[in-house]
Design a protein around this ligand. Structure first.
Ligand code: IPD
Length: 274
């Protein structure tokens, strides 16, 4: 029940607020140094690593029996395992490219999953002091106020979020381009914040009606999917099948009607699972 997670929820909210201050301080530096990871446009900064360590150390100290999965601690190419054990899934800076450019849309994404189910999800944009939060069965909130998805059911009236992603793999980019071309004439418009977690929160708060992406990782979506669902929205695989956290793809919508109009229009790309 929601009550079982009261303490974890409070601990998590305090933690992201405290650690978020580190991101704000670091973002005042004009030229951010970065290194590249899986591609020339997949960035990591010293702040990503430092913030992840602060989060991980605090969680390990408070909940020594829990499992931790973190973007910067993950070993490239090594498959993740999601067990039934309580598991924290951490992205210290979702939207690292934005952080490097001082585009003020980056967030800490922090989620607790247990029995392969999201129980607590937080997405905190420290620059704009926006904390999106959800507990399973407890609703979704922005800075403590309830949020809800839009009522849009027609794709022709939808504002749709998408991301190009951080890969330059030709097959992946063909997928991005063909989905853009297929949907663009049939919707109101596209938007992109450069952070998967914040895109999902925008659907949750009703500012956009749907979001889809191929190529993202578990830590980009572990919190956002709970926030969308708790805001009344619908989360599934891009094919329309059940959502799978390790599948590298997601479709979120204000409702299932909208999702079922989108999924048949999407061209898919095969990506190695997380
Ligand atoms: C990335 C951002 C980006 C999305 C990528 C993610 P990161 O996360 O969410 O918007 O398109 O798929 O990997 O690397 O900045 O944590």
């Amino acid at each position: 029940s929601v009550g079982d997670y009261d303490e974890i929820y409070k601990f998590s909210c305090d933690l992201v607020k405290r650690v978020g201050a580190e991101i704000v301080a670091a973002s005042r530096v004009r030229e951010k140094l970065y290194e590249t990871k899986s591609s020339a446009i997949d960035f990591v900064t010293e702040t990503d690593g430092r913030v992840e360590k602060l989060l991980m150390d605090a969680i390990a100290k408070r909940y020594p029996d829990h499992v931790l999965i973190g973007e910067e601690s993950a070993v490239e190419g090594k498959h993740q395992e999601l067990t039934d054990a309580p598991t924290w899934i951490v992205d210290p800076i979702d939207g690292t490219m934005n952080f490097v450019h001082s585009f003020p849309c980056s967030a800490i994404s922090l989620a607790l999953w247990a029995n392969k189910t999201a129980e607590v999800g937080l997405v905190y944009n420290p620059t704009e002091n926006k904390l999106y939060s959800a507990r399973r069965g407890g609703g979704a909130f922005l800075n403590g106020d309830p949020i809800h998805v839009s009522g849009t059911k027609e794709l022709s009236q939808a504002l749709v979020m998408f991301e190009v992603g951080t890969s330059r793999d030709p097959a992946k980019l063909r997928c991005v381009a063909s989905n853009f071309a297929a949907l663009h004439p049939r919707i109101h418009g596209f938007r992109s914040l450069g952070s998967a977690a914040l895109d999902m929160c925008m659907v949750a708060q009703g500012g956009a009606d749907a979001y889809y992406e191929y190529g993202l990782h578990s830590w980009d979506m572990a919190a956002g999917v709970l926030i969308v669902r708790e805001a009344g929205g619908y989360v599934c695989d891009t094919t329309g099948a059940d959502f799978d956290l390790l599948s590298r793809r997601v479709l979120c919508a204000a409702n299932s009607e909208l999702a079922s109009q989108m999924s048949p229009m999407l061209a898919h790309v095969d990506l190695p699972r997380d």
